[in-house]
Design a protein around this ligand. Structure first.
Ligand code: EPU
Length: 430
């Protein structure tokens, strides 16, 4: 298993280009299942989860061409099976995004029920309830969710999410696009990725209004057709690099981003003392820090508030801020796995339920540590960049799921980070 070896203490300097958003590219690729015509997606990030999503489409019978590394041309004309198997779902929960499109277009879908994962139990009951409201019958058979639309067609309906769900909203938006009649999604997620998916679906011929607000209406159409679309930049990668500049006392220009998609993150980091300038619609500059960083409390909430996907990175930064900060995680019940690793590096963090208290500023010292999930890995990389000495991070396959070329990008900014194989890592340890 590969590891990252980081020798910390170097300020990051230079210009970085942000990749396409993983969490937008995943549903957009799933949406290609809604039509037999070609859908072209640009700015698809080259990360493991997207490779898995592509494999899922191909397993179902779609043809995926990649004329350029970040462009996918998908033609789902010959779909022969309507099933996302356990082998894929267990490696990537976003495979459940195939459910809505398959059910809507073919009237049937079978997707293995995802189990819990490192950050929480993550049920999909709300997706399934909404499909039932659209007329589907849903049953659980040998660990698989089997959904069928009576007479092969979903019927538009009023749907209500008791809890805001990003992929739930996306699944229903895709399914309702080919349903008979009008669907309203109440208490919809408002993430930029929802708007991006709606934009793609509308280019394909769907009639969706209100994406980005809590009420989305969808007039079902008979067919969807070809479209070309560019995926939005990854707001979480952007936030991660802002923290990377801050935690290393560096100075970065961040290009190809959309500052308006991460206003809550920018605002919080400015309160902490990070100097962030919105240069233009797609560029940020970050400079850190003439004064000591100040601890500030944060609570994770659905968009437009502070995202859970930035909580771990923020915690790493708080270890380097003066004073105590309280971090409350409201989205996932087990998303503090990085805390004990940060403590191994010298951080002072105590956890009680969904609340972490970080007391700073503490000196971080390099240590062998374990990554537990995607964003936890990012937080450990950030801590390693700020630490004195060598940090060896194990299980970096988590980070490969969602950060494109992170080692190369960080090295270009002056970081001392390398990817090592297990054998090389043993030599380093001895
Ligand atoms: N929930 C339910 N029932 C459901 C669906 C969700 O109880 O049917 C609960 C979840 O357990 C959680 C909350 O509702 O407590 C919100 O979950 P949501 O459904 O919004 O999460 P998701 O759609 O599974 C997406 C992102 C996550 C991100 C969350 C929250 C994708 C592919 N994944 O997950 O991204 O953390 O929204 O913003 O879009 C990541 O990129 O590292 C990542 C985990």
């Amino acid at each position: 298993m590969d590891k990252f070896l980081i020798r910390g203490g170097r300020p990051l300097k230079g210009t970085i280009k942000i990749s396409g958003a993983k969490n937008s590219a995943l549903p957009c690729l799933a949406a290609t299942l809604l039509t037999s015509e070609t859908v072209t997606l640009h700015n698809v990030p080259y990360v493991k989860d997207l490779i898995t999503q592509r494999r899922l489409l191909e397993d179902l019978g779609a043809t995926v061409l990649t004329p350029e590394l970040h462009t996918h041309k998908v033609k789902a004309a010959n779909i022969e099976i309507y099933e996302a198997p356990y082998e894929l779902v267990k490696t990537m929960r976003a495979s459940v995004l195939a459910l809505g499109p398959l059910l809507a277009r073919f009237g049937q879908a079978k997707v293995s029920l995802p189990g819990g994962c490192a950050i929480g139990t993550r049920p999909i009951d709300l997706h399934l309830k909404a499909f039932e409201q659209l007329g589907a019958t849903v049953s659980l058979e040998a660990g698989d969710v089997v959904a069928r639309a009576p007479k092969g067609k979903l019927i538009g309906a009023e749907t209500f999410f008791e809890k805001v769900s990003v992929t739930g909203t996306e699944n229903v938006m895709m399914a309702a696009s080919l349903a008979k009649g009008k669907t309203t999604i109440h208490n919809a997620a408002r993430e930029p990725e929802i708007e991006d998916l709606a934009e793609l679906l509308n280019k394909m011929g769907a009639k969706i209004r209100g994406a980005g607000t809590e009420t989305i209406t969808i007039e079902g159409v008979n067919d969807l057709g070809e479209a070309e679309h560019t995926i939005i930049p990854d707001r979480i990668e952007t936030g991660t690099f802002i923290v990377a500049a801050a935690i290393t006392n560096g100075e970065l220009e961040i290009k190809n981003c959309q500052p308006k998609h991460l206003e809550a993150v920018i605002e919080k980091l400015r309160e902490v003392g990070v100097e962030i300038k919105v240069v233009d619609e797609t560029t940020l500059s970050v400079k850190c820090c003439e004064k000591d960083l100040q601890s500030k409390d944060v609570t994770t909430e659905p968009h437009p508030l502070f995202p859970t996907d930035m909580q771990a990175q923020y915690m790493a930064l708080m270890t380097q801020a003066e004073g105590a900060s309280t971090i409350v995680e409201t989205i996932f019940e087990n998303r503090f796995m990085h805390a004990s690793e940060l403590v191994r590096m010298g951080a002072d963090i105590s956890i009680s339920g969904n609340t972490a208290i970080v007391k700073g500023k503490t000196k971080l010292t390099g240590a062998p540590i374990l990554a537990s999930d995607l964003r936890a890995s990012a937080s450990l990389v950030l801590a390693g960049l700020a630490a004195e000495g060598e940090t060896l991070i194990d299980r970096v396959y988590h980070i490969d799921r969602g950060y494109e070329n992170i080692v190369k990008k960080l090295r270009n900014l002056g970081a001392d980070i390398e990817r090592v194989t297990s054998e090389m890592a043993e030599t380093v340890k001895n």
